[in-house]
Design a protein around this ligand. Sequence first.
Ligand SMILES: [Zn+2]
Length: 87
Amino acid sequence: MALESTVTCLNCRTMTPETMPEDHCVVVYECRGCGETLRPKTGDCCVYCSYGSMPCPPAQAGQLPTLPTGLKGDQARSMFDSIRLWP
Ligand SMILES: [Zn+2]
């Protein structure tokens, strides 16, 4: 399982190699280049899945939580935000 992921900032395109935590998702990431706060795109579980060169370990292992039916996009994401462990 790869734990290294290079995050590319949307704002300044800075590419920062990061080591991903194995046990929780990272939903708030501060760019080391410009300080921009990155959040996952709709439908992605964490910033590594959205902006990293590698998806997060749970995604690599196919262990993503299943989206509840009837919930889409931001609605589902805000629900997952409430159960996630924050860094
Ligand atoms: Zn940046």
